[in-house]
Write a protein that binds this ligand. Sequence first.
Ligand code: FE2
Ligand code: FE2
Length: 277
Amino acid sequence: MAQTSTAERPAQTRSELADRAMQIFREKVTADMRPEEKDELLELTMMQLLDRNVAVPFFGRAGAQGGGYVNRILGKYLMHDDPRLPQMPEIPTLIDFFKKRILLKEGGGNHLLQSANLALKNGLSEKLVLACLLHDIAVTCYIRTDHGYHGAQLIEPYVDEETAWAVRYHQALRFYPDESVGYEYPDLYRRAMGEDYTPPAYIQRDYEYARKHKWYMSARLVTANDLYAFDPNVTVDIDDFTDIIGRNFRQPEEGLGFDTSPTAHMWRSIIWPNNFL
Ligand SMILES: [Fe+2]
Ligand SMILES: [Fe+2]
């Protein structure tokens, strides 16, 4: 009986997929291809090797449809483990989420590590160092739009109320300077949204609310330690925060995503972002 060779069956691990995709890519790539054509070719090769359609996540779908999203392969859809992503352990911890999801893209994850590192140096409380470590968690691995609100909701069952509050309101506070802590309106926002950008009414309302709140300074300190100027000479490791996470993040026994908290499904969506349903 003929055996199925490795080259014939769908790739099962991330490195197998990458190796085989690169092999096929090298055979097909030509010198005159534009970078976006090369990207497209590599993506198509990966999809063929997966032998599965990959559904666009629902949040992404509304946006992707505007961009002309098309289905490329007909047939079964990918469910659960995606060999293009590092496999998560059965009982995932917050540190696993950092190592296998948040830090996958260098820029995003490092921004969190460097901000938390700065907060630690500045002597912030552990609750707020954790808030800095998680303040943009939504952008890095879940959803970009309204990231402060989504991030706060995601972590709420597992952290002190003040930590989640600071994550939620840092989003609105970023639009408003506060000289008392040396926080200025970010240049990045001017470049990204234009000089004349005015935040929508709900951001203005939430800023006003936060400004008068007893935890105003907690969210404000998250913005003051929201570090965009990366220092390439400073290496921060997520393992440096093991103790702070251990003391301030309630790790569920079943693993993040598999407990019965009201946000477990959100963590599962980060584990399996491309499930069909
Ligand atoms: Fe943010
Ligand atoms: Fe940030």
